[in-house]
Ligand binder design. Sequence first.
Ligand SMILES: [Zn+2]
Length: 140
Amino acid sequence: MNELSWAAIVRLVHERARNCCEYCQTSRDMIGQALHVEHIDPHGGDAPENLCLACPSCNLSKATSIAARDPLTRATVPLFHPRTQRWQDHFLWIENGGRVQGVTPIGRATVERLRMNQDRLVVARALWVKANCHPPLFEA
Ligand SMILES: [Zn+2]
């Protein structure tokens, strides 16, 4: 079996994520910034199963972490894994799409560690909601 070139992997990661951050769901088209191909496990290699698309804010906040503390239970739990878990099982939109709420220990820890509700993001999301571009819809 042929290995994919890095360019092919980058294309696959973007297509699979529909050009949206797989953590906070920010769309590349709305921010006009390149999204990052993120290593879910920083030591997990370049296989597509270890990669996801992340906005600069999530990627820089996550850095090399794979676990974080749930602010409710104080337990250290793994961060959300976009390849093996479904976003809607761990997060929901509140405040008319302005904020992401973690609904599981993994979701809460990921929201905190990735700083998914920074003020500037909440302000931007309010504009996206006005433009009918947010929050994204998920297939059932
Ligand atoms: Zn993000």
